[in-house]
Design a protein around this ligand. Structure first.
Ligand code: URA
Length: 434
């Protein structure tokens, strides 16, 4: 088989066979196919697309290109959750202990953030001493003992995707539905869970700006999960404005803790209840979504979800005292209000701009090597549809550097559109794809 012939075939619009896809991915992973040929292939795929069979073959080939986590040593159904990423998305930190407190095993692999959306691992490191750099033995025994563990990418999960994603990133071939779906699902399938609940975001702060694209991606990913024999459900949710009020690592952890205490923002709480309910049903602990949601509300009310977070933090070397006293989380030295000069209704918030404010403050990574400042970020007071008076505060900004604070403040103000007409925020849950 020659890569040249495969590029010609795809360029002409024909479908690649499973064998051809397996050859291409295994050779590329080993370094037997140069980046320039793979770039040409990615561009051919970008224009000609891939059918369902090809996408499934690509997903499986990438999933098998490295370590496949074997979770059979954990009893019961293991459920994973994945978000396509967004601003203020601290969901896993509240959701994982909530679901684990309801008896569903959470064995999750997470990543660090790059760009304006922070990663779960970065956020969790707000707990002093917390480590996700654990072995798979530690991971498995912790899930068996306390029902929950989140591990960093210590294994070589889907190395073909890692290489290919970096290549797509610099050759303008990221935004193809088959390539995105196979990239995400290859990592999820290699991570070993029996059931996967996907949170596919849509809106100005999401990868998929248009709702129809988010639904198409959700359909493609659920089909790939099913094809691999994993129960897969996708929730399409709004990311046209930040989720909750907090944006920034430690600030988001604090908000997740407040949510576990029953004092969380309405939108964030609703998203956790929705995703959590599907996870519990998939985990076989409730017969339907209503029963599962009642279980989740109960573990918030009786404090077991919060206790589960503390157990989880402690099991991974973190200081669980911060779960009960959030003043122990990292704090910034400068806290200032952002005052609105205008009066009216918040009509629009350019969501990814708010993420960029946090990045400017030092809360995100410009490059993979960047150190991040866990203490900085923003707490929003006004979201879409809210009325704001001139002189009223739109947000507080938490910073450690005055010039970064000024830059972020200007950017923040230009992300808000305030008008005389009232508007309603868009629906949080756009739909479910099963
Ligand atoms: N996230 C991924 O992991 N892969 C993509 O291709 C796009 C987003």
């Amino acid at each position: 088989m020659r890569m040249y012939d495969l590029i010609m075939k795809k360029r002409g619009g024909a479908a690649l066979s499973n064998e051809e896809i397996e050859f291409m991915i295994s050779e590329y992973t080993k370094g037997g196919i140069p980046d320039y040929q793979m770039s040409a292939m990615m561009m051919a795929v970008y224009f000609q697309g891939m059918n369902e069979t090809e996408t499934a073959a690509l997903t499986m080939a990438m999933a098998k290109s490295g370590d496949m986590l074997e979770l059979s040593a954990i009893d019961g159904v293991k459920v994973d959750k994945h978000s396509t990423g967004g601003v203020g998305d601290k969901t896993s930190i509240a959701l994982a202990p909530m679901v684990a407190a309801c008896g569903v095993k959470i064995a999750k692999m997470s990543g660090r953030g790059l760009g304006h959306t922070g990663g779960t691992i970065d956020k969790l490191e707000s707990f002093k001493g917390f480590s996700t750099g654990i072995t798979s033995e530690h991971f498995i025994s912790q899930v068996n003992n306390i029902g929950i563990s989140i591990m960093g990418q210590t294994l070589d999960i889907a190395p073909a995707d890692k290489k290919l994603y970096a290549l797509r990133d610099v050759t303008a071939t990221v935004d193809n539905m088959s390539l995105i779906a196979s990239s995400i699902m290859s990592k999820k399938l290699a991570s070993g869970a029996d059931a996967i609940v996907l949170d596919v975001k849509t809106g100005s702060g999401a990868f998929m700006k248009k709702e129809e694209d988010a639904f198409a991606l959700a359909k493609e990913m659920t089909a790939l999960g099913k094809h691999a024999g994993r129960n897969t459900i996708a929730v399409v949710s709004d990311m046209d404005q930040p989720l909750g009020f907090a944006v920034g690592n430690a600030l988001e952890v604090k908000e997740a803790i407040e949510t576990l205490q029953g004092k969380g923002p309405e939108d964030f709480t609703k998203l956790c209840l929705t995703l959590g309910a599907y996870m519990i049903v998939a985990g076989g602990k409730a017969k339907d979504k209503e029963e599962a949601e009642a279980m989740l509300r109960k573990v918030i009310e009786n404090g077991t979800a919060l206790k589960k977070l503390a157990e989880f933090v402690e099991a991974q070397g973190g200081d669980s005292a911060a779960v009960y006293d959030t003043s122990l989380l990292p704090t910034a030295s400068i806290v200032e209000e952002i005052i609105s000069e205008k009066e009216g209704y918040v009509n629009r918030i350019i969501c990814d701009e708010i993420g960029i404010c946090s990045l400017i403050l030092g809360g995100g990574r410009e490059t993979k090597e960047s150190e991040i400042d866990l203490s900085v970020g923003l707490i929003l007071y006004k979201k879409v549809g809210d009325y704001v008076k001139a002189g009223e505060s739109l947000a507080t900004i938490h910073a450690n550097d005055k010039s970064k604070l000024e830059a972020a403040k200007q950017r923040f103000l230009s992300a808000y559109t305030i008008t005389n007409e009232s508007v309603s925020p868009s629906e949080l849950i756009k739909g479910i794809v099963t």
